[in-house]
Design a protein around this ligand. Structure first.
Ligand SMILES: *Cc1c(COP(=O)(O)O)cnc(C)c1O
Length: 370
């Protein structure tokens, strides 16, 4: 079976080598030497002052909302993984959805100001699929209206924007190190910031808000373990190779899908993409469903990232219409993409996609892009 993604695993000996050090010390969690080492390496890799290694890419967003004391309306994107909205609801904030750009699939900065009220406290934007959201515009709006800006960079690891790591753009970004992500620690996530005060607060929050017998603030358990850190240290060594193979596979997809009426996200200029995902947008949802069925028959499992549009989640009390996101969500499919996906598999996937498109009534398909 070919899944939409497959986790990278380092050579087992590399991992065991590191684990031995934990065994020897019998120190397996609570900010141990491997977690500290991983943070140091990540800070150097990203070019960031502070990287806080945490238990996942969801709790880090919750910790930041708490640290900023955000309790009101938060402007956010309807096109992201459900965690981006859930953290707001979980922290009793009110998500206000602003529609996305039809090119980058990221939040449309030109629509943000119309959504700002006296209750707006923050903007939570996602660099969706690893494509940078309109950072300068969002930063300018944040400054003008005195809003906190948080970037959900779960997909943004090792993408570059204007010659710096995307995750270092803005005051604070998060990342997810879940097993399905480009760089992973099995489960895990991080906070990236250059702000000393914020980092100190978040460090406290991460371990229950106390240091020894000194209790400073309400905290939570956002720590991660030495075993997870060891996986991160191993995997970080392989990131260049992982990215290179994903790049080659993505280019192979580009080659085989060339000329088909499929839309692909477009990165803003000066982006160096990380090849985190390979989304394609079909001319119609019907064609997406038919193609998915044909792929599944061959034991190829693509994923509807991201569907439904988050403003249409069934448990929202109220919401805002986002026609662009609703439209893209209904037609977007992520094709399998991982480090050792065979070129023959890519060719097969593309031939199935092409056959389904050729079978469809071509005349009903709007002329298109790729
Ligand atoms: C994966 C993901 C998260 C959550 O990360 P976890 O580590 O799984 O908790 C948050 N936001 C986005 C956009 C994601 O894709």
């Amino acid at each position: 079976m070919i899944n939409v993604t497959k986790c990278f695993l380092p050579p087992m000996e590399e991992y065991i080598e590191l684990l031995k050090t934990s065994w020897d010390k019998a120190w397996i969690t609570n900010n141990g030497p491997l977690a500290q080492e991983l943070e140091k390496q990540l800070a150097a890799h990203l070019g960031a002052k502070h990287v806080l290694f945490c238990s996942n890419g969801t709790i880090v967003l919750q910790m930041i909302l708490k640290a900023y004391g955000i309790t009101g309306e938060v402007i956010t994107t309807p096109f992201s993984y459900v965690a981006t909205t859930n953290v707001l609801l979980w922290e009793n904030c009110k998500p206000i959805f602003v529609d996305i750009e039809p090119d980058s699939f990221c939040m449309d900065a030109t629509k943000i100001e119309a959504a700002i009220t006296e209750k707006t406290e923050a903007i939570l934007a996602t660099h969706v699929f690893g494509y940078p959201c309109p950072i300068e515009q969002i930063e300018a709006i944040g400054k003008k209206h005195n809003l906190k800006i948080i970037y959900d960079g779960a997909h943004g690891f090792d993408a570059f924007y204007k010659n710096k790591q995307l995750l270092t753009c803005g005051d604070v970004s998060t990342c997810s190190f879940h097993a399905t992500k480009l760089f992973h620690t099995v489960e895990g996530g991080c906070i990236v910031t250059d702000n000393d005060e914020l980092a100190a607060k978040l460090k406290l929050y991460r371990s229950f808000g106390h240091v020894g017998d000194d209790y400073f603030d309400m905290g939570i358990n956002g720590k991660n373990s030495e075993f997870h850190a060891a996986m991160g240290i191993c995997n970080l060594r392989h990131v260049p190779a992982i990215k290179e193979s994903r790049k080659q596979i993505s280019e192979l997809y580009d080659y085989y899908l060339k000329g088909l009426p499929l839309q692909r996200p477009v990165a803003v200029a000066t982006t160096i993409y990380n090849y985190a995902y390979y989304p394609i947008v079909f001319p119609t949802e019907q064609l997406l469903l038919k193609t998915t069925k044909a792929l599944l028959k061959e034991e190829i499992c693509p994923r509807r990232y991201f569907y439904p549009s988050l403003n249409q989640l069934p448990f929202l009390k109220d919401s805002q219409p986002c026609p662009v996101s609703e439209d893209i969500s209904s037609r977007v499919l992520c094709l399998p993409l991982y480090h050792d996906l065979a070129p023959a598999a890519v060719q097969k996937i593309c031939s199935i996609v092409k056959a389904e498109i050729d079978n469809a009534e071509i005349n009903s398909i709007p002329s298109l892009i790729l």
